[in-house]
Design a protein around this ligand. Structure first.
Ligand code: ADP
Ligand code: MG
Length: 225
């Protein structure tokens, strides 16, 4: 236990110098817990994609990140890896299907960790979710259902939230969740880290970024012509 704490402090110190990882190509080069390294190796994730090489070291250094890269570029691991090595994260995804996909990857790469993760997407009974939601370290949610719990679930608070992830921000906005997102963000502690990912940079994504991020690092991967 004590050994584990020392190791985590060393990792945190290393992670606070993202410039040292500018030329890292492999997940194994990053300052990640052994548990996360083990989960990645078991999934056969070895070499990072470009958005991962640029984004993960900044996210580990606790910077806010606005990540722009097309579909299929590997944005999910860019936020899930910093999530597994932290505690207290809320991941917002536009649809149930996408939330389930994220949850499945999280379970795989987080296998060696002892955190508890929950899926809050409606469809299941509200009461069942209410019983579980207060005990979770990591929640993967759709916007409407999350706001419903913020309004109605007594034991549920986000006061200790460390990380907010907004995935597929363009689709969240396209689906008309502007007001829902405003209300959610108003309920969150201002001292938190936020990572926002989007395949396209629309006007409404910029509005959401302005509302949710503080002095973000802009990390973009452009398609080669
Ligand atoms: P995006 O969210 O950018 O659309 P995903 O994160 O869903 O993309 O990743 C697309 C696919 O690439 C997934 O099947 C994922 O398992 C795979 N993938 C992501 N990162 C890596 C990696 N570093 N090595 C191998 N495969 C990867
Ligand atoms: Mg994605």
């Amino acid at each position: 236990r004590a050994q584990e704490k020392d190791d985590l402090e060393t990792l945190e110190e290393k992670a606070s110098h993202p410039e040292n990882y500018n030329s890292s190509k492999f997940f194994a080069d990053l300052p990640l817990s052994e548990k996360t390294q083990k989960g990645l190796a078991q999934c056969n994730f070895k070499q990072m994609t470009e958005i991962q090489r640029k984004g993960i070291p900044l996210a580990l250094a606790k910077r806010d990140v606005l990540g722009a890269a097309k579909t299929g570029s590997g944005k999910t691991l860019t936020f899930l890896i910093p999530v597994t090595d932290g505690l207290g994260a809320l991941i917002i995804s536009p649809t149930r299907e996408l939330a389930v996909q994220i949850f499945e990857v999280l379970k795989k790469i987080g296998k060696a960790h002892t955190f508890s993760a929950g899926l809050i997407i409606g469809g299941k009974e509200f009461k069942v979710e209410q019983e579980r939601i207060a005990r979770m370290n990591i929640l993967v949610c759709t916007p409407g259902r999350l706001l419903q719990h913020m309004d109605q679930s007594v034991g549920f608070t986000c006061d200790n939230l460390q990380m907010l992830i907004l995935d597929e921000a363009d689709r969240i906005m396209d689906m008309g969740f502007q007001n829902t997102m405003n209300a959610i963000i108003e309920n969150l502690p201002p001292h938190r880290q936020t990572l926002l990912f989007s395949a396209t940079q629309t006007r409404s994504v910029k509005d959401l970024a302005r509302l949710s991020l503080k002095d973000p690092e802009y990390v973009a991967v452009h398609e080669k012509a």
